[in-house]
Design a protein around this ligand. Structure first.
Ligand code: CDT
Length: 325
């Protein structure tokens, strides 16, 4: 068996005026709490260091810039490095999402994987499926989701990477094949399959999913806020469970939850899912919470060797449309 104690660090609301230091302290608290429970991998949400700023229209570039990381080395940047120093001290790997501004001025919704054992960032992913719109809604600010205004689609593809399980594992070390997705990406089977084809064993996904968002079901259908929230949670779990099953891999989803900026609710539901599509652990609050599970990566094998043995059963000659259109 290749067991690994892993965690999703769900983050409660972060507001526009929440000081960066305060949010960083909360992330570090979650990291410590996960480490105390024995986890040696912690996944944090998408855009973990700030509020989900893409719901707002910023005319002033200085205000907007404050939500981005400008340093190419996020583990050393003054605004974020305390999290990485603590991960190193505790010997815990982390996956964390942030808004990336490149030296050329390009903007991506990114995530990195930091290996404590190697003491370095071993992989970076830039969100491919950028949802929402460029222009704000003329009169319904509560549904604004302006990611298309602030981010360009990621240009790094879906490259699986390997990292060693932490040295704290009693049963020895080996590399785990992992892949990162960011929020809306989890709804796209093509993204999962790109990783599945590389033999991925564990998918890491941070998210910020509005509890009320008519884009999900088309602008015309009326739904109560309760119905909308429960539909959004159902669909979130549905895609995590179905795609984990169809690619015979584990997955960890860590969300930002609760009422941000006074009126914008994000769903909770951070969870850890197994390769049979089963939920192994899930959040019970809509606030800061660590969700932990011990997973055995060898459990990916039956699926990969049988029902989803891609080499044996895929019929690529029938799939041309998927890449042509
Ligand atoms: N952050 C993010 O990608 N959220 C999307 C909602 C988009 S609604 C226009 C999601 O898929 O959860």
């Amino acid at each position: 068996s290749r067991t690994w104690k892993v965690a999703a660090a769900q983050l409660g609301p972060v507001h526009l005026d929440t000081p960066r230091e305060e949010t960083l302290n909360r992330l570090i608290e979650l990291l410590r709490s996960a480490a105390l429970q024995g986890a040696t991998l912690v996944v944090f949400p998408e855009l973990a260091f700030t509020t989900f700023f893409a719901r707002h229209l910023f005319d002033n570039p200085t205000c907007l810039n404050a939500f981005f990381e400008h340093d190419t080395n996020i583990s050393e940047a003054s605004s974020t490095k305390r999290l990485f120093e603590e991960a190193q001290r505790l010997c815990v790997d982390i996956c964390v999402g942030y808004a990336e501004q490149t030296p050329e001025g390009r903007a991506f919704n990114s995530a990195i994987y930091y290996s404590a054992q190697l003491d370095q960032v071993v992989a970076k992913y830039r969100k491919v499926h950028i949802p929402g719109t460029r222009e704000p809604h003329p009169d319904l600010a509560v549904i604004n989701h302006l990611e298309k205004r602030y981010f360009e689609p990621g240009d790094l593809g879906f490259e699986a990477f390997r990292a060693p399980r932490s040295r704290q594992n009693a049963d020895g070390e080996d590399d785990v094949i992992m892949g990162m997705l960011i929020c809306n990406d989890r709804r796209w089977p093509e993204a999962w399959r790109c990783y599945g084809l590389q033999g991925v064993e564990l998918i890491l996904c941070g998210y910020n999913t509005p509890a009320y968002n008519p884009y999900f079901w088309g602008m015309s259908k009326l739904m109560s806020p309760e119905m909308a929230r429960s539909t959004a949670v159902t669909q979130h779990k549905l895609v995590m469970q179905a795609n984990s099953y169809m690619n015979s891999c584990f997955s960890i989803a860590a969300g930002k939850a609760g009422l941000e900026d006074g009126r914008y609710e994000l769903i909770a539901g951070s969870c850890i899912v197994g390769p049979e599509g089963q939920i192994l652990a899930e959040a019970v609050t809509a606030d800061d919470e660590v969700v932990c599970a011990e997973i055995d990566l060898d459990e990916c094998r039956p699926g990969k060797e049988n029902i989803f043995n891609f080499a044996q059963h895929r019929r690529v000659e029938a799939y041309q449309r998927v890449v042509d259109q």
